[in-house]
Design a binder for this molecule. Structure first.
Ligand code: CTP
Ligand code: ZN
Length: 151
């Protein structure tokens, strides 16, 4: 008897694979998916011997640059596959953008971007592993959960 649980292949849509184990729900949350797409999620599934990953499959949805940049902030290790009629027509890893504009709220309450002025937040990528970004206005550095909680 085959006791392994497999997530079905999809006909059309996007597969976000190799998400670090435990981060799939955060990725879904920032993508702001509503009830109009069928989604399959694998959490803590086997990825080769002794390794685990999360996987998200979203039917009939293709991600935009802004959405890919948000995923890069949470799971830059992820692999994106674009599926059309069951075939992978494109597969790529995420590039870490060197700046993020209007995506992350600065954690410094006194930052000008939190003052009510119409100034969009903007961060520069300081390091990728671990991910550290720096506000171009107040120079506040943010990493890890602090970034994720402010997307
Ligand atoms: N996939 C899917 N539906 C399809 C085709 C592929 O859901 N019609 C999924 C696969 O299940 C996998 C991902 O897309 O999660 C990438 O597919 P593929 O490159 O065939 O898998 P692997 O070779 O295992 O990829 P990797 O080497 O990146 O682990
Ligand atoms: Zn700031």
């Amino acid at each position: 008897m085959d006791t392994t649980l497999k997530i079905s292949k999809i006909k059309d849509g996007t597969v976000i694979d190799h998400i670090p184990s435990g981060k799939a729900l955060k990725v879904l949350a920032i993508l702001g998916i509503d009830n109009s797409n069928s989604i399959s999620i694998g959490i803590h599934v086997m990825s080769g011997k002794l390794k685990f990953k999360d996987v998200i499959k979203i039917e009939n949805k293709y991600l935009e640059k802004l959405e890919l940049d948000k995923i890069a902030l949470i799971a830059h290790e992820a692999t994106i596959s674009i599926i059309k009629n069951y075939e992978i027509i494109e597969k790529f890893t995420l590039d870490m953008p060197d700046k993020f504009k209007g995506i992350v709220k600065c954690a410094n309450q006194n930052c000008i971007t939190n003052s009510g002025e119409p100034i969009k937040s903007e961060f520069k990528t300081v390091s990728v592993e671990p991910l550290t970004i720096k506000c171009i206005y107040c120079r506040k550095e943010m990493e890890g959960e602090e970034i994720i909680n402010n997307i």
